[in-house]
Design a protein around this ligand. Structure first.
Ligand code: GLV
Ligand code: GLV
Length: 319
């Protein structure tokens, strides 16, 4: 039996899996665990099952001790984990790719529709009690058919978003560090371009790249200025990929038509200027937030932890 520390509340199915084989110490508070409490709890842990709200760095790994074997993140993004610090200590780090792909692409497309069809504005209008009626020119948005979606980061989630765009009659261009499966590119009729071209030809730009030093403020004032004035920007990846201050300025100045955000640069804080703008749809990091998806993510994280503790190859290690 090994000791497994779970840093926050996760679905019962995953806890049961862990408890069947190991001693589990799970934080059950409604709020995130505070740092000092976490540093105390991890002492003596063989495995840590972490949420993206917890920073897993050298200090925390050392607080756990040299017996620590695995950090299993319940998220596909792992910018909360210092992966080199794990490697230096022979700790395996894992994430949860694949299982949240469709749910996240659904939210990306939901935000595309919210932004282009002004759904949030319409909802706020009705709830405000303002009188309204159907009108030829009332709350007109922008159609998607025949328009171009630019996907930044063509991994699983980018591809799933592109597939939805195709069903909506959109053309797809994408920017990607690595070559994608040619069969997928062909199925989607997607053309690979550089970021500059993507920004200038896209009617909707959707971000699906990982966050790290290479993508910090990937979209700033210059990139926003390169977009069409009629274009929309959607982010379901990580907040700091966008310079939020520059985005608020661009939205206010009409440099782009609108935006849809699920993630924020200083999450959970939202830039106050964005809150005052009507042409941005704001939702609170809901990309993977379905019962089915969160259960699958937590179960995969549990499988990763259990495999490493059994000295087996985990299903989804971070490479
Ligand atoms: C959610 O944001 C994730 O990375 O899984
Ligand atoms: C998600 O599953 C991804 O790997 O992009």
């Amino acid at each position: 039996m090994s000791r497994v520390v779970v840093t926050g509340r996760i679905p019962e199915a995953a806890l049961e899996k862990l408890r069947a084989e190991h001693e589990v110490d799970a934080w059950t508070g409604q709020d995130s665990i505070d740092r000092d409490e976490l540093l105390r709890r991890v002492a003596g842990a063989d495995a840590i099952v972490s949420l993206l709200t917890e920073r897993i760095d050298g200090e925390l790994l050392d607080a756990a001790g040299p017996q620590l074997r695995v950090v299993a993140n319940v998220a596909v993004g792992y910018d909360n984990i210092d992966v080199p610090a794990c490697r230096e200590r022979d700790v395996v780090a894992t994430n949860t790719p694949g299982v949240l792909t469709e749910a996240t692409a659904d939210i990306a497309f939901g935000l595309i529709l919210m932004a282009t069809r002004r759904l949030g504005e319409g909802e706020r209008l009705i709830r405000s009690g303002t009188a309204w009626k159907w009108g030829m020119f009332f709350l007109l948005g922008s159609s998607l058919q025949g328009k171009t979606l630019g996907v930044v980061g063509m991994g699983g989630i980018g591809q799933a978003t592109a597939r939805r765009a195709k069903a909506f009659g959109m053309e797809v261009v994408y920017q990607s560090r690595s070559e994608i499966d040619p069969a997928v590119a062909e199925e989607l009729g997607a053309r690979r371009v550089e970021l500059d071209e993507l920004l200038s030809v896209s009617d909707v730009v959707s971000l699906h790249c990982p966050y790290g030093p290479a993508t910090h403020h990937l979209i700033g004032a210059e990139q926003l200025a390169a977009m069409k004035e009629s274009a929309y920007l959607v982010n379901t990846a990580r907040g700091p990929i966008i310079d939020e201050e520059a985005l608020a300025a661009a939205l206010r100045a009409g440099l782009i038509a609108g935006a849809g955000l699920d993630v924020y640069e200083h999450e959970p804080r939202v830039h106050p200027d964005l809150l005052d703008l009507d042409n941005v749809a704001l939702v609170p990091h809901l990309g993977s937030a379905t019962v089915e998806t969160r259960t699958a993510m937590a179960t995969l994280a549990a499988d990763n932890a259990i495999a490493v503790l059994a000295r087996q190859e985990p299903p989804t290690p971070i490479r």
